[in-house]
Design a protein around this ligand. Structure first.
Ligand SMILES: [Zn+2]
Length: 93
């Protein structure tokens, strides 16, 4: 049980500099984010798991909790089924 997790992050658009406070989902990473200023689709930078890690003031709950969601998962397996881009929440305690 996590108590003081920050679930709001201010995303700064790299294109127009528009800042908007967004609420982060706790069970998944948000990969795409549409800027409300210029309506461009933001994607995470290489090495980041979601747009909050790349452009937000607060990293996503998955990164905050310190657990990597892809741990124990072989990437070669997920490459076969590319229909689902969302990382499934593994065993939650
Ligand atoms: Zn923008």
């Amino acid at each position: 049980m996590v108590s003081d997790l920050v679930l709001t992050s201010e995303i700064t658009c790299p294109h127009c500099g528009h800042i908007r406070q967004e609420t982060m989902p706790t069970n998944a990473c948000q990969f795409f984010y549409e800027c409300q200023g210029c309506h461009k689709l933001l994607k995470p930078l290489p090495g980041d798991c979601c747009v909050f890690c790349s452009y937000g003031t607060v990293k996503c709950p998955q990164c905050n909790s310190g657990s990597v969601h892809s741990s124990g998962f072989d990437s070669s397996d997920s490459s076969r089924h590319s229909t689902e881009g969302m990382p499934r929440p593994a065993e939650v305690e």
